[in-house]
Design a protein around this ligand. Sequence first.
Ligand code: F6R
Length: 613
Amino acid sequence: MCGIVGYIGNRSAIPVLMDGLKKLEYRGYDSAGVAYINGNGLEIKKTKGRIEDLHKILPFPLPECKIGVGHTRWATHGEPSDRNAHPHACGGVVVVHNGIIENYQQLRSRLTSEGHEFSSETDTEVIPRLISSHMEKGNTFEESMKKAVSDLRGSYALGIMSGNCPGKLFAIRNGSPLVIGVGQNEYFFASDIPAFLQFTNKFIFLEDGQICMLSRDDITVENLGPNGSSKKARQSSGAKVVEISWTPEMAEKDGFDYFMLKEMYEQPRTVRDTMSEWLDNPPKMLDSLGLTPKMVLGLRRLHIAACGTSYHAGLVAKYIIEALAHIPVDVEIASEFRYRDQLIDKNNLFISITQSGETADTLAAQREASKKGAFTLSICNVVGSTASREADSVLYTRAGPEIGVASTKAFTAQLAALCLIAIALGMKRGRLIAAEAETLINQLKKMPSLIEKALASGKHVKDIVGRIKGSRSMLYLGRGINYPIALEGALKLKEISYIHAEGYPAGEMKHGPIALIERGLPVVVIAPMDNLFEKTLSNIEEVKARGGKVIVVTDEPGLRTKADEVIEVPPAHPALSPFLNVIPLQLMAFWSGVLNGTDVDKPRNLAKSVTVE
Ligand code: F6R
């Protein structure tokens, strides 16, 4: 989705903005632009294409300026083009916007009848025009801006600046992510933390309905009210600044050619970091999350909602939590969750799983569960994100910034967090005997080194991918707890390599998908040595009998005689095998993307953080 940045301070603003935009590239975009104020007043440069294209149209030498805003656009209203690129301006006021203005048609008609001539097809252009329209009626710039915002419906993070007010920047948030970076006599705003990590690790997370006014020496935060009214926010004097532990290096490629590759190889560390604080005493974690013994014992049902890869982590968790804690678990895609009458009450625990903490559908599901009285717990990777602030409690995954659009290290970190929850609930509810808990905990302690071993299959996986190059479709089969891993493998392949893929429970093959199998179709089968092994073996035979090319992910070397290709992973406790089985599937998607020449870190049409419905 779009990314916005803003800067005011003593540095040369354009390089800071360009660098910030580069760091937000992972969000997905098709055009980019900046606006800055220099000795000649307000200037705007924008273009369809990449940040490199924007670089080419900047003046040389760069104009000296200390204030500016920037934008990467992911087209929603209007095709990717120079004129639809942001910033948009009217009467000296420039706006960059992430989100969707739902009533823009109505506003556009109103403004057109006042004589405004629109130069783009975007929903955003109504905003500078509205501000201008209020200014023409005698309001000051600031009054006009607040009045304009009260006319808007939808979700937005806005960066606003005026050529007539060169010492101030404005950032407004309603439903789309926006953080304020706090430096020494300089301030930043951005859609996400990595944009300015090299300048500061101090951030303010605006609430919905807030406006932040940034000058070189100060910021103030106000709550916006109806009809352009506003009131200083309680936190405004010395607004709550959160210091985050991410370093700029964590958001760099660190010698790897791709973020996705780096992030896959980070998994031993990120899984370890996520668990380390609680592994010796998981039940203590529940106390610290505010889940009292009374609540835990009274729990009747657990609801999990999430999207995409995070949803797959939730599906894995269902198997583990039901097995270890004996609590029924419903897992639902967040975009479906709020559109039916959820039977949730105060005896239910709701868990949202979200890497970004900003996924619109997941936030909506969490709000719905909260409204119905459930205790809400968010498993989230970004400190200060909306999900983490709005939930009753947060369990942070310690994956560090995930920049590659395809989620990898966040997924295994989510599994780690969910395993801790399952073990803790099982122990607290007296369902998990001490010896079994100890076995699981010991195995989890070894998980980082087991993941490292699974990652060692990288070169072998790359060779296999080379041998199936040219296939336009693939099937992924798994059973039980590894069925969600089949779904995850198929999702990864689709998004990174644009090859069609389906994930299926292996036992469901005969009910339809088997018709797809023809000579040479690559079929990835996850076949751990567990209680379902023999059944999976039969599925392998069925695929082979129809000419499918079987690629097996297994801890059983004996399968070499049965499959066309075998990828070995280390043996693991059956409840924990998803950690290891997912690794070759991530690598397979990655190498398929690379060999097909796709933009692996920024696949087409995708955005890292889906902040609109
Ligand atoms: C897939 C992927 C997406 C996200 C989904 C949810 O690789 O990254 O499917 O998992 O958009 O995002 P979060 O976890 O940020 O809510």
